[in-house]
Design a protein around this ligand. Structure first.
Ligand SMILES: Nc1ncnc2c1ncn2[C@@H]1O[C@H](COP(=O)(O)OP(=O)(O)OP(=O)(O)O)[C@@H](O)[C@H]1O
Ligand SMILES: [Mg+2]
Length: 284
């Protein structure tokens, strides 16, 4: 039986290969994702894996959603995410166990992580049973502890040169029982300081920095700081976006408010600086 975690090259479509050598538990494709990618949560030799590919290079079926990025651009993003995974080892990043090269591009084989995706379709955001609502309703000590993990991961990523792109609640998988936070889908992170060449960039408006809407603006660690701050503020204020409802001490709220300043120069200069004020306030 071929083994997904050791095979290096295949001459067939990953979709067929994955079905041959594992049991598919769930498929992610154009019906569930905007990306145009095709991925599978599978069980193979007693282990759960997540296999991600750029999907097909064939044109979409008539009436089907046309992805924003064509197949070569999707493959480029997956190669970017391979670089990211290999540059940073952190518990919050699911381990990239293998990369299988195929005629349709790489298949990334990750460990599958337990838990539920915090981001849900907008129509489900008011459902009290959704992971989105349950996450925001966690006891303060648990919620802030999970944000410790998110921030600590980004210190490691920034040290490896990565600037956040398209980081939103759909990247957060929470295991409510542990509790534990894992971060997925960092395909759009960029190396070093770059310039906004798109105007409105990909991402969820709720968490995007002003410079991600402005053609020609600089994107750097302060952009990461803003998005981290926004994610924390959104959930730690239990969706009210008000200081009065922030579920932590003043010092922590202040550190987060500083991260969410509109002008990049009013924010901490880097992720490490933001993390320093966050952790100082957390331990106070
Ligand atoms: N390591 C993992 N373990 C378990 N489930 C995962 C893992 N990685 C991703 N998933 C699940 O698969 C879904 C799709 O993964 P991902 O977001 O990386 O795909 P994508 O093609 O980039 O989609 P999008 O359109 O959301 O950008 C995620 O929303 C999550 O539910
Ligand atoms: Mg994606």
């Amino acid at each position: 039986m071929p083994n997904l975690t050791v095979t290096s090259d295949i001459d067939q479509d990953p979709a067929n290969y994955v079905r041959q050598c594992s049991t598919v538990i769930r498929e992610f494709n154009h019906l569930s994702q905007d990306s145009g990618n095709a991925s599978w949560l599978v069980e193979s030799q007693g282990r759960r894996l997540f296999v991600k590919t750029a999907g097909t290079s064939r044109p979409p079926a008539p009436g089907a959603r046309v992805p924003y990025l064509d197949h070569p651009a999707r493959v480029r993003l997956l190669r970017n995410t391979i670089d990211l995974a290999r540059s940073c080892d952190h518990h919050a990043l699911p381990t990239l166990m293998n990369v299988i090269e195929s005629p349709a591009g790489p298949a990334l084989v990750y460990e599958a992580v337990p838990g539920e995706l915090v981001g849900v379709p907008s129509g489900r955001r008011s459902d009290p049973t959704s992971p989105y609502r349950r996450f925001a309703q966690l006891p303060a000590s648990v919620l802030l502890g999970l944000f410790d993990t998110l921030i600590d991961l980004h210190v490691a990523l920034a040290a490896a040169g990565w600037v956040a792109g398209d980081l939103y609640d759909g990247c957060l998988i929470v295991d409510f029982r542990a509790p534990d936070l894992r971060v997925i889908d960092l395909d759009s992170y960029r190396q070093g300081t770059t310039t906004n060449t798109m105007g409105r960039m990909f991402g969820s408006t709720r968490f995007m920095a002003p410079e991600e809407f402005e053609l020609g603006a600089q994107l750097d660690e302060r952009t990461t700081v803003f998005t981290l701050g926004r994610i924390v503020w959104h959930f730690a204020t239990r969706f009210t976006e008000t200081r009065a409802e922030f579920c932590g001490p003043d010092g922590v709220a202040k550190a987060v408010a500083q991260a969410c300043q509109t002008a990049p120069t009013d924010r901490p200069a880097g992720v490490a600086d933001f993390a320093a004020s966050w952790f100082t306030a957390r331990l106070a």
